[in-house]
Write a protein that binds this ligand. Structure first.
Ligand code: PBG
Length: 309
């Protein structure tokens, strides 16, 4: 059954289908292309509209927006500003692309001057004080046109806080895609460059998970489900295929995986050196992520994949 492409295709167990992919996009005050890692460049609101038009034409069904504000402060107030960068992008995109799924990343790290995902008290992230700010951010995204929100901050209790705030604002139908098992990973490097969100001191190990743990990932998922999460996401994807599989087997809700910036960058860099074929390596990696159990994949390859398919 392996002798010809047609036979292999007939019995293939896992297929890549563009409908399951989400393209990450960065929006900021100006357009700054990233020639080596194009999806990790940023667009102004106007240029974002053009980029999204191209994605929709290619058949990309969903995008997730990340904002880089003009100014940052201690609380990250740009995150919930009615006239903030993501809110303006949503208002530009929503009426133009009614069929496109608009997801937003809900976090404070791109908006805080210190780069941490919550507010600080005595040099430490204050979990509970951050919840109300994250909830406000989620509500403002939905008011501006987001179809679903994706909290990535890893504060305890944020899914519940966001669910309650969305319901209070009359958005009881808006789903929450939770970054439920998000590891403190070295693979976020290129993202932090792009989003200017590297912490100014310390690291995120006080709130993101230890990559050594899988039982803890299931516990995080269980708590998020109790709080009202609709989709559970594992991140990064490639180093955590066993975690994706465990989450898939433990829960009946849709499972997402985030194929993060470092996973993208390492294959891109190896391909640029001529060490491997990018398309083949990317398709193999993305297929493995789906085979491990992901229903939804967030990937910087989404645009290229649309072209390859
Ligand atoms: C925000 C956030 C990060 C990523 C997604 N949302 C960065 C981080 O936690 O440091 C990383 C995504 C990537 O590397 O592609 N908290």
């Amino acid at each position: 059954m392996r002798r010809s492409a047609a036979l292999r295709s007939l019995v293939r167990e896992t297929r890549l289908d563009l409908d399951a992919f989400v393209m990450p996009l960065f929006v900021g005050p100006d357009t700054r292309p990233n020639p080596e890692l194009p999806p990790l460049g940023r667009f102004s609101v106007e240029e974002l509209v053009g980029e999204v038009e191209g994605l929709v034409r290619l058949g990309v069904p969903a995008v997730i927006l990340f904002g880089i504000p003009e100014e940052k402060d201690d609380e990250g107030s740009g995150a919930w500003d009615e006239d903030g960068i993501v809110q303006r992008a949503l208002r530009a995109l929503r009426p133009r692309f009614p069929e496109l799924l608009l997801l937003t990343d809900v976090c404070l790290c791109e908006y805080t001057a210190h780069g941490h995902c919550g507010v600080l008290r005595d040099g430490e992230v204050a979990n509970d004080e951050s919840l109300e700010l994250l909830a406000r951010t989620a509500v403002s995204h939905v008011a501006a046109g987001a179809d679903a929100v994706a909290p990535s901050d890893m504060m305890d209790g944020r899914v519940g806080a966001i669910r309650a705030a969305l319901d209070d604002a009359g958005n009881e139908a808006t789903p929450i895609l939770s970054y439920a098992a998000k590891y403190a990973s070295a693979f976020y490097g290129p993202f932090r460059e792009a989003a200017e969100s590297t912490p100014s001191f310390g690291d995120r190990r006080g709130y993101q998970m230890d990559p050594a743990n899988v039982r803890e990932a299931l516990r995080e998922c269980e708590l998020d489900l109790e709080e009202g999460a609709d989709v559970l996401m594992v991140k990064p994807a490639m180093p955590n295929l066993d975690v994706i599989r465990a989450v898939r087997e433990s829960f009946d809700v849709p499972v997402a995986a985030y194929n993060v910036s470092g996973e993208y960058a390492m294959l891109k860099a190896a391909a640029a050196k001529g060490w491997l074929d990018e398309q083949q390596a990317a398709v193999e990696a993305l297929t493995a992520i789906k085979r491990a159990g992901a229903d939804v994949v967030v990937s910087y390859w989404t645009k290229e994949l649309a072209q390859w398919l």
